[in-house]
Design a protein around this ligand. Structure first.
Ligand code: NAG
Ligand code: NAG
Ligand code: NAG
Ligand code: NAG
Length: 358
């Protein structure tokens, strides 16, 4: 009895005096990582994440010009999207107090689809990460206007995301050297950021060069037999993670101008478990592992099939839940009018040039 008391007192005193290493005590133990206990001890790179292609390019309906999704970034994240692909352009308004980076998220051109400022988008991502402390999210930036990393970093700082970003000791991390989800959650470094050009690791140590860390297969494919050849990369693909662009386009032509747009008529098929698994298994037969990232258009099509497919790749049980509904149908009238204006015809005339970009 006495000895037990002494023991108890001793342990209280010891822990109060921090003789027990505080490092160990401060570690936050998540019981689930990205929704599953089984994923906590897996490396970040050894998990498959479903991504929203042109995540900011939100339309009211599938046929909207430039749209690739129907729900906003907050809904995407709450539905389970864990990779956000974005495209940045110099904003026509330059830098302003509510947009210190001067970057807007637009599809091909801000005249086609303006998805708002980088700051506003990132503040929605930050809210999600703050209220979901056991989730790890990735952003891939298409830096179409070759904007300096220092400008991009202003957007991340403004949203408070620089603190939450993963900061490796080197800009390139081999596929086997990524931390586990648990380690990232414990350090609260839960946002991984990649950019396709103009990284500057010595001044912004969390915006990482995409193609030294991740290779991609070709984008804008038009055959459902997706081609898995490495297309964009810099270095040894065997030591990198990879991303499959699993969205299908159709060739179109308006006034003799050829361009590609999402194959919305076959979305349910393209987003089906069968189609995604066929693509991923084919790639895995060359690479010995599933893709780390799968990018899709209109992820809400297919009744959750895209999330079912990643659960299958990750070997975890799929938890079906209703997906977010598109935000509003009210803007449809305004959008339709745009099709009648001279600006629209000018746009159509320049589409082939513009559509040469992702
Ligand atoms: C679409 O056009 C490209 C050339 O831009 C061509 O390679 C491809 O085969 C076409 N796809 C279909 C389904 O016709
Ligand atoms: C896709 O499936 C949903 C039901 O799951 C259906 O409402 C929709 O019409 C289908 N879309 C197409 C283009 O077949
Ligand atoms: C994770 O590792 C398992 C076991 O080696 C493998 O089957 C799976 O394809 C890997 N997934 C990724 C995304 O690397
Ligand atoms: C995103 O969409 C949801 C669902 O329609 C809506 O409730 C929410 O307010 C939207 N968020 C923002 C930041 O617009």
């Amino acid at each position: 009895m006495k000895w037990q008391l002494v023991h108890l007192l001793a342990s209280i005193v010891l822990s109060g005096l921090s003789v027990v290493p505080t490092y160990g005590m401060n570690i936050k133990r998540a019981n689930k990582c990205n929704g599953y206990q089984e994923l906590c001890n897996r490396k970040y790179s050894n998990i498959t994440y479903i991504g929203a292609h042109d995540s900011y390019a939100v339309g009211d309906q599938l046929s909207d010009l430039g749209a690739n999704q129907l729900t906003n970034v907050s809904s995407q994240l709450s539905d389970g999207i864990r990779l956000l692909q974005i495209q940045g352009h110099k904003s026509g308004k330059g830098t302003t107090s509510d947009n210190p980076s001067g970057i807007s998220l637009c599809h091909t051109s801000c005249a086609i689809l303006d998805g708002g400022t980088l700051e506003s988008y990132l503040s929605d991502v930050a809210s999600f990460l703050k209220s979901n402390p056991n989730e790890v999210v990735t952003i891939i930036i298409a830096n179409v206007d070759n904007i300096e990393a220092s400008s991009w970093s202003k957007g991340f700082q403004n949203a408070g995301l620089d603190n939450m970003a993963y900061k490796p000791s080197q800009s390139t991390v081999g596929k086997d050297n990524w931390p586990t989800l648990q380690e990232m959650i414990s350090k609260d470094q839960r946002l991984v950021v990649f950019i396709d050009n103009h990284y500057d690791f010595s001044s912004v140590n969390y915006i990482l060069p995409e193609f030294k860390n991740v290779w991609e297969n070709p984008y804008d494919q038009t055959s459902s037999n997706f081609n898995c050849t490495p297309d964009r990369y810099s270095g040894n693909t065997k030591e990198m993670m990879y991303l499959i662009n699993h969205y299908l386009d159709v060739n179109k032509s308006i006034l003799n101008n050829k361009f590609k747009s999402p194959d919305v008529d076959n979305l349910n098929q393209t987003n089906s478990v069968d189609s995604i698994m066929k693509d991923a298994t084919h790639c895995a037969s060359n690479m010995n592992s599933y893709p780390t990232f799968v990018l899709v258009d209109f992820y809400t099509s297919g009744d959750g099939s895209v999330f079912k497919a990643v659960s299958e790749m990750n070997g975890v049980k799929y938890k079906a839940k209703p997906l977010s509904q598109p935000e509003s149908k009210e803007k449809n009238g305004a959008r339709a009018q745009a099709f009648m204006t001279p600006a629209y015809f000018l746009l159509v005339a320049t589409l082939p040039l513009l559509m040469a970009m992702n």
